[in-house]
Design a protein around this ligand. Structure first.
Ligand code: AMP
Ligand code: MG
Length: 308
């Protein structure tokens, strides 16, 4: 089994020796690798079972690194970076020549972010270069928010000689970063996250709706999926009624809800994984209102239900 450590130096040694490091960020655990090493990046795709045309997010230790990796920084991107970095916001920008095709799937754009988690930040600054870090789970599965989740998905697939898991406890946000495409005339939210679409709009003025061909590649209808079926309802009363109905017909059902969107987001993936482990067949999930963090929770629940 792959070693688990709390030592940032061990993680940096692994990264410098072409190893993979599952590390905590404020959003979810990422499977980090040197973003300038195509062979190691190939292993990231292989270990995750991720199609190679799904581009990876490049993580930077500091916003000052950005000019090396992008062609230009439009005004909207500069404002978003100023307001939200370090933090759970990814910007899509035109890539510089230094960005590998393996990272972008051959695209002319690159997704970049500066994470806020102290351990991720320390690893990046000590390593001294950019890291790719897609979520440390098997492709299509629920993202990991604890080291135990990482081990359950990838423990047997990582190389104990080269790779390590850096233990930073449970992730504070619990949901993937907000992605904003800044390559067009009007910034577009490609994926909602902890930085709400309302906040993005307040920072840059108008935002374009996340639809049409500019939707993020790799954002599949069915993604972030547990094994159990997921049914979506708008109200807790409906969820309780539906779960009782299911139970009466002999199915193992569970209601998923939290009145506090921050707690809902932080615990969602852990609760979905726990439902699978407990043999739950149907999760009846209450959709939070479509505002603030609610957009992200609704997005992930819809994809988990296969109806994104
Ligand atoms: P994650 O699975 O959290 O690592 O996020 C990766 C996602 O970032 C991809 O599936 C895309 O949706 C998005 N992404 C990465 N690079 C790009 C890019 N160049 N253009 C648009 N979206 C991107
Ligand atoms: Mg992922």
């Amino acid at each position: 089994m792959v070693p688990v450590t709390v030592d940032v130096d061990v993680a940096c040694v692994a990264l410098r020796s072409a190893g993979l490091v599952a590390l905590p960020t404020e959003t979810v655990y990422g499977l980090a690798a040197d973003a300038t090493d195509a062979d190691t990046i190939a292993r990231v795709f292989e270990v995750k079972g991720r199609p190679t045309d799904h581009p990876l997010i490049v993580h930077l230790g500091d916003a000052a690194w950005l000019p090396d990796w992008v062609l230009d920084i439009p005004d909207a991107a500069a404002r978003l970076a100023d307001a939200c970095w370090p933090g759970p916001l990814t910007l899509v920008l035109r890539r510089s020549d230094r960005v590998l095709n393996a990272v972008t799937g051959g695209r002319h754009t690159v997704a970049v972010r500066v994470p806020a988690h102290p351990l991720a930040s320390e690893v990046l600054l000590r390593f001294g270069g950019p890291l790719v870090a897609p979520s440390a789970n098997r492709f299509g599965h629920v993202s990991p928010t604890t080291p135990a989740h990482v081990l359950a998905d990838l423990g047997a697939r990582l190389d104990p000689e080269r790779d390590v898991v850096l233990d930073g406890g449970a992730c504070a946000v619990g949901m993937e970063s907000t992605i904003v495409d800044c390559t067009g005339p009007i910034p577009q939210v490609l994926r909602p996250g902890a930085i709400s679409p309302e906040k993005v709009a307040a920072i840059v003025g108008a935002v374009a709706p996340a639809s049409g061909p500019r939707r993020a590649p790799g954002m599949l209808v069915s993604h972030y999926s547990p094994r159990c079926a997921i049914e979506l309802v708008d109200y807790l009363g409906d969820a309780d009624r539906r779960a009782a109905e299911l139970t009466q017909t002999g199915r193992r059902a569970l209601v998923l809800h939290d009145p506090d969107p921050v707690a809902y987001a932080r615990t969602l993936y852990d609760r979905l994984r726990a439902a699978d482990d407990a043999g739950i067949e149907v999760v009846v999930a209450v959709l939070p209102p479509a505002e603030g963090l609610g957009h992200a929770i609704r997005d992930r629940l819809s994809r988990a239900s296969g109806r994104g």
